[in-house]
Design a protein around this ligand. Structure first.
Ligand code: MG
Length: 255
């Protein structure tokens, strides 16, 4: 009897719900504004969409400065690509960004030498900071048949997040990173309100899936947060002895 009553109550509730749904109109769950902007995709991923800010398209380094002295970026520009100049140090964008989508391509030289971390080491600092570890580094390294600590291999958020896959191409091939960056937020008095998050595709393969960062990415010690606002994107000139790597087709879409 008790079971029958429960069944009857359930059926009645279901019946009411169905009646309510029948009275609803499809228009009630459809809306027409704000209308998403029209964005024309590039012919391929290398070609920027119509609303992107071009950071490097092969012509010049006008969007970049040296982090040493804020003067001109002195990396080598030839054949529409830029190559790391190890004596000139890191370069970073003139403009600062908060949340964005980034596309960038890099090439490890085909004659690369070295092993472990000393083989094509560079990096993309997703928000460059003038203190501590220098920001939050997405590692660039040749890990095609080259092993190192897994939280420091290509596709890692350096010493924080192991990539979901090793998607490295061969030295000599152009490779891509596509990144969605959500910057951390801080209160006026510097209290962390929300941590940074990042999604990364490496050569089209998902390697970081909406990962939450614990802070910046130091070589030694634990990550930590310190209040900052919009920040440049920085490319690392690493001190390893291997042949310098190259970049091309860099564009960003602030979100
Ligand atoms: Mg690096």
């Amino acid at each position: 009897m008790k079971q029958f009553l429960i069944l009857a109550a359930t059926l009645t509730a279901t019946s009411f719900m169905t009646q309510a749904q029948e009275k609803a109109k499809h228009e009630e769950t459809e809306f027409y504004s704000p209308v998403p902007p029209v964005v024309t995709p590039g012919a391929s991923l290398s070609n920027a969409p119509s609303d992107a800010i071009i950071l490097f398209d092969g012509k010049n380094l006008d969007q970049w400065v040296s982090t040493k002295d804020s003067g001109a970026a002195k990396w080598t520009l030839a054949d529409n690509v830029i190559t790391v100049n190890k004596s000139a140090g890191d370069i970073q964008t003139k403009n600062s960004f908060t949340d964005y989508q980034l596309h960038i391509e890099y090439r490890i030289p085909s004659n690369i030498t070295g092993s472990g971390q000393a083989r094509g080491n560079s990096g993309i600092f997703l928000a460059a900071l003038p203190w501590g570890a220098g920001g939050y580094e997405l590692q660039v390294l040749d890990n095609y048949k080259n092993t190192t600590y897994v939280n420091g291999q290509a596709g890692s958020i350096y010493k924080q997040a192991v990539p979901l896959a090793n998607a490295c191409g061969k030295p000599g091939e152009w490779q891509t990173y596509d990144v969605v960056w959500t910057a951390p937020r801080f209160s006026e008095n510097g209290i962390l309100k929300s941590m940074a998050r990042v999604t990364v595709f490496h050569n089209g393969v998902l390697v970081q899936n909406n990962v939450t960062l614990l802070g910046d990415t130091p070589y030694i010690g634990q990550p930590s947060y310190r209040k900052h606002g919009p920040a440049p994107i920085k490319l690392q000139s690493h001190g390893d002895k291997s042949e310098p790597i190259s970049y091309r087709n860099i564009w960003v879409r602030p979100l």
